[in-house]
Ligand binder design. Structure first.
Ligand SMILES: [Zn+2]
Length: 266
């Protein structure tokens, strides 16, 4: 028995037409960066100790990829690596924002620790934030062919029940056709994660989710990203710093004597 060359039987790659891209690096206004480090500084001054805090990175609807500001929500408990985010908290904060402002990620501080990476708790938070912001950072990335074996083409009002028993999927059209491709939109969403330290270091990642609208085929990936600081013409004024100090005092809740079971180590 001889085998024929089967290479010609390989299914052709599905047709993909690119429509857009998710960000490959992070864009952040210098103002937002200065504000983040100022929060850390104020925490140190006000509480006379360094604490981990978290906030959200904010953008305008017309440019979701550029971080223009930092939003500081009420922090429940500022323990080292106990910054656990819940979608309820994120939703509350989003509701407090103006209509044209969206959350595009989260930022937190590791205080004066020399731990310059994301911890396991942080990894869980990335996904919570991504879940929450996905709908608002979503955009079409591509149209991709859905490879269908046994596609049956039928004509409206001209088929019988027996025809429906054939094939895996049928396409009913209003005229006779002999060939069809089904293309689904692949939507992509992203969120940013930034971790900073009192000494001025920062690390950051982009988390992306892509989903086919029909197949619901979903992929999630995270990548370390560079950050580009952009001068948007806004800078942190003395008034801004005073307002920020009041906010830090109200919203950061250092917990200096946590019950041991609450301490999650990095
Ligand atoms: Zn962390």
């Amino acid at each position: 028995m001889r085998f024929k060359d089967l290479s010609h039987l390989k299914r052709p790659e599905p047709l993909t037409i690119t429509l857009g891209n998710l960000p490959q690096h992070i864009l952040m206004a210098k103002y937002a960066k200065d504000k983040a480090f100022k929060i850390s500084e104020r925490v140190g001054v006000i509480f006379e100790k360094s604490f981990e805090w978290y906030g959200f990175t904010l953008a305008n609807n017309d440019h979701p990829e550029l971080i223009t500001d930092i939003g500081l929500p009420q922090n429940d408990l500022n323990l080292q690596d106990y910054t656990t985010l819940g979608s309820q908290r994120i939703a509350e904060f989003q509701e407090s924002l103006p209509e044209d402002v969206l959350i595009n990620g989260w930022i937190h501080s590791h205080g004066d620790l020399n731990y310059k990476h994301f911890s396991n708790t942080d990894e869980k938070n990335h996904l919570t934030v991504l879940d929450f912001v996905a709908a608002r950072t979503r955009k079409p990335l591509a149209k991709k062919e859905i490879a269908i074996q046994d596609l049956v083409l039928l004509e409206k009002d001209r088929f019988v029940e027996k025809d429906l028993k054939k094939g895996s999927i049928c396409l009913i059209t209003d005229g006779p056709i002999t060939e069809a491709k089904i293309m689904e939109t692949i939507y992509g969403s992203f969120c940013y994660s930034i971790v900073i330290g009192d000494k001025g270091w920062h690390e950051q990642e982009i988390h992306c989710r892509e989903m086919g609208i029909l197949s619901e085929h979903t992929t999630v990936r995270s990548q370390t990203a560079n950050i580009e600081f952009v001068d948007t013409g806004r800078s942190l004024s003395q008034d801004d710093i005073r307002a920020l100090s009041d906010e830090v005092e109200k919203k950061i809740k250092p917990h200096t004597d946590p019950p041991p079971e609450l301490i999650e180590r990095m």
